[in-house]
Design a protein around this ligand. Structure first.
Ligand code: HEM
Length: 503
């Protein structure tokens, strides 16, 4: 009896799968989105060149806002307009809530054990929750506003000294050094650089190298059969860089554990995270999770925020009337007898407009961070297979003439109108999404906005800015996960506030 039942069950199941196979084969499936044909084996990879964001924007003009590219063995879909970005990051957010774990997260971020690349699930939720609680959520952010004020104070003092000595200020280095110290104080209860020396410069170079390497198109990610050859030498460079970061991070964790008793009753972020390694909770963090999270917090926020400020300052050095107008607004609202405070920002609409204009024209992550589909889906009548990588061309959206008048012009006035001033860069207005959108939106979005406004505002308020005599400003970009200014801003500054303000 049981054997007959089992045989019939088996036949039913087999019949079901056979029918499903036939129906899927016979029924016409919606087409893939349009896109370039590419070449045998490598597909569209050679079409990307050294500036994939620019190449993809050009292709989108021909193939449309949702494009499909075969790259090696993988399907990649690219969204290049606000409405296409909305479909993927809002309507289909659940389907695209994971990121591909390619060579970069494997080699650089402890096999994707970090917050940025963690699989969407309980561990990702725990990591995000801990960061919000201790550092990135509204309440936590308010709690460490004094640290931001202090570290910006150090920065202004050191820049005033450079101005007095007629030395050039290397803006990017100065900003990364300042941010690393802020982050160190929140995570580890201590500054990480006491003086702005060669160690700080080395750290900046490591961060920039990480963001550049992680963004490069690695042939092995698309053609796994040749991955072991490491044709571009990228994996070798990643391993070397990882070893450098790992020794710094391992030392940080060990030193922190050794000094735990000194922070009795006032734990910092790392103490709280370590408690989740040792504590009773069901989801536990490993040592690699913890080091990978520290890596995220020290790197994901620094290069992105400082890059936005550096581009804004470069644009103002090219258009001094914008700088003068921002300073006039600050003189009216703040005066010159005290520093700019974060509480002044709501009263400085032109400063806010400059920040949004920098987010628009120079988004730090030009192609967003990649996502991957966990199942097949349909978008605007097109078929998107499972395991398709998603890129959102944030750079192209910011420069689309159908969305923005004269998009190549740096013009903060576009955000001074009633409509423009309401536009919010925090993931709801898809014309301006420097932080991405949806459930994987940047975990540091609030901190990023505050830092860009506060640090850029302080630089504008506290100094007059000029290029060194005879110097030209090179505005070219170097592609990476974060878009770098190829030639860093080096400028001369002279203080414009009462002398005692810098002490
Ligand atoms: C101007 C500053 C910043 C910009 C433009 C920026 C941009 C981005 C973007 C575009 C993403 C991907 C979002 C998506 O997939 O839709 C992202 C993710 C992320 N960012 Fe930021 N970011 C900035 C600052 C920060 C800061 C200050 C931190 C923390 C200290 C941070 C930490 C992260 C993390 C952890 C993720 C991964 C989130 C996840 O996968 O759940 N970022 N960021």
């Amino acid at each position: 009896m049981a054997t007959v039942f089992l045989r019939e069950l088996f036949l039913c199941v087999a019949l079901f799968y056979a029918l499903r196979y036939v129906v899927r084969r016979l029924l016409p499936r919606p087409a893939l989105p349009p896109g370039p044909r590419g070449f045998p084996v490598v597909g569209a990879l050679p079409l990307l060149g050294s500036a994939p964001h620019v190449a993809l924007a050009r292709m989108a003009k021909r193939y449309g806002p949702i494009m499909h590219l075969k790259m090696g063995q993988f399907s990649v879909v690219v969204a290049s307009t606000p409405s296409a970005a909305r479909v993927f990051l809002k309507t289909l957010d659940a389907c695209f809530s994971n990121r591909p774990v390619d060579a970069a997260p494997i080699r650089l971020a402890y096999e994707g054990q970090d917050l940025v690349f963690a699989e969407y699930g309980p561990k990702w939720k725990l990591l995000r929750k801990l960061c919000n609680l201790e550092m990135l959520g509204n309440k936590a952010l308010d709690a460490w506003s004094g640290v931001r004020r202090d570290e910006v104070g150090h920065m202004l003092r050191s820049m005033k000294a450079s101005g007095r000595k007629r030395e050039r200020v290397m803006l990017g280095e100065m900003l990364i050094y300042t941010m690393a110290n802020m982050i160190g104080r929140v995570i580890l209860s201590r500054r990480v650089f006491e003086t702005k020396d060669t160690v700080a410069k080395e750290f900046k170079d490591m961060v920039v190298e990480l963001m550049t390497l992680a963004g490069l198109v690695n042939i092995g990610d698309f053609i796994p059969a040749v991955a072991w050859l490491d044709l571009q030498g990228l994996e070798r460079r990643m391993k070397k860089l990882h070893n450098k970061f790992d020794s710094v991070l391992s030392r940080m964790v060990a030193e922190h554990e050794a000094t735990k008793s000194q922070r009795e009753g006032r734990p910092d972020l790392l103490d709280t995270v370590l408690a989740n390694r040792d504590g009773p909770d069901e989801v536990k963090l490993t040592n690699d999770n913890i080091k990978a999270l520290l890596l995220n917090l020290f790197t994901a926020g620094t290069d992105t925020s400082t890059g936005t400020i550096e581009w804004a300052m470069a644009e103002m050095l090219l258009n001094p009337s914008i700088l003068e107008r921002a300073q006039a607004e600050m003189d009216r609202v703040i005066g010159r007898d005290r520093r700019l405070e974060e509480s002044d920002i709501p009263n400085l609409p032109y400063l806010q407009a400059i920040c949004k204009e920098s987010f628009r024209k120079h988004p730090s992550t030009p192609l967003n961070l990649p996502r991957i589909s966990t199942q097949a889906c349909e978008v605007n009548g097109y078929y998107i297979p499972k395991n398709t990588k998603l890129l959102v061309n944030i750079w192209a959206i910011g420069r689309d003439p159908d969305v923005w008048d004269n998009p190549l012009e740096f013009n903060p006035d576009r955000f001074m109108t009633a409509e423009g001033s309401k536009m919010d860069p925090r993931g709801n207005d898809f014309e301006l999404i420097p932080f991405g959108a949806g459930r994987r939106i940047c975990a540091g979005v609030r901190m990023g906005v505050v830092l860009v406004q506060y640090m850029l505002g302080s630089l504008i308020h506290a100094f007059d800015w000029n290029l060194p005599a005879g110097a030209n400003l090179d505005m070219s970009e170097t592609f990476g996960i974060a878009l770098q200014k190829t030639v860093p801003v080096a400028a001369m500054v002279s203080p414009r506030l009462a002398a005692s303000i810098y002490d």
